[in-house]
Design a protein around this ligand. Structure first.
Ligand code: SAM
Length: 254
């Protein structure tokens, strides 16, 4: 039995029983291997674009005797699956921007896919924007810390026509219990459910993100170029809004 990290374990827990899964960017195929061993999935495609991880995935599946259940395929993003072949897709451990571009490029392959379980390492807003634009329903957000790193897991289901207005409402500017207004941009960035739940680790994430933004702002301020000045002002505004949201939620926390 393979053992998963806390992060992969949390992703595994979100895969519905009986799924036909595609794990894109599967690396050592740990996630589909674990799910097959646990009897959660009936079939999986482990997709990999790079030869090293593709070989590692192939070896893993062979060594675990799972070649009948897991098909390891070499290719870019969703190019490794046929429309209607799977109903659940997991993509984990890459940037949100790459993840959104993989989903966008593979839109035609999403027929029959009911669940997307996405764990971007950075740039979660790109993923939320793509889900919203493409009519997917963001059902839940989870956040965890492992080995000093913080990860978010976004779970979405294929939206129906009625979900469009509920998704617009999810990201609509709202006033937090402490009286601060949180904009659509900040909800896309900080997570509409995470803002609501405000777990401890989420505060830690935003403290750390603020430090990174302050460093970028400092660098930009060294330049006199108009574009740098404008970007620095934009980041200053972003930091101000994030700080207000955090301070407000910290105040109302029981
Ligand atoms: N999903 C595993 C996890 O979360 O532990 C592995 C994450 S690993 C950091 C990212 C993997 O994505 C790498 O093995 C890389 O080769 C693969 N990858 C990057 N871009 C890809 C793409 N366009 N299509 C398929 N795989 C990709």
């Amino acid at each position: 039995m393979v053992k998963l990290s806390k992060r992969l374990q949390m992703i595994a827990e979100r895969v519905p029983a009986g799924s036909k899964l595609a794990d894109i960017g599967s690396d050592h195929a740990l996630l589909p291997t674990y799910l097959a061993q646990q009897g959660v999935i009936v079939f999986a495609v482990a997709g990999e674009v790079n030869p090293g991880p593709f070989e590692a995935a192939t070896r893993q599946v062979l060594e675990c005797g799972l070649s009948q259940k897991i098909s390891v395929r070499s290719g870019d993003g969703l190019a490794v699956i046929e429309p209607g072949e799977v109903n659940v897709i997991t993509i984990a451990g890459m940037g949100g921007s790459l993840m959104a571009s993989i989903l966008e490029a593979g839109k035609g392959k999403l027929e029959g896919v009911t669940h997307l379980i996405l764990q971007p390492n950075v740039g979660e807003d790109h993923v939320r924007r793509w889900l919203l634009a493409e009519g997917w329903k963001l059902d839940a957000e989870a956040i965890l810390e492992e080995d000093g790193k913080i990860y978010e897991i976004l779970t979405a289901t294929a939206g129906t026509t009625g979900d469009k207005s509920s998704q617009e409402a999810l990201y609509a500017e709202r006033v937090l219990p402490g009286g601060v207004t949180v904009t659509k941009e900040r909800l896309l960035q900080m997570g509409p459910y995470l803002v609501e739940e405000a777990p401890e680790v989420w505060f830690a994430k935003w403290e750390s993100e603020l430090k990174k933004l302050a460093m970028i702002e400092g660098q930009l301020k060294l330049s006199t170029a108009e574009a740098s000045t404008a970007k620095a002002a934009q980041i200053a505004q972003e930091m101000k809004e994030i700080k207000e949201v955090i301070a407000c939620l910290q105040k109302v926390k029981p």
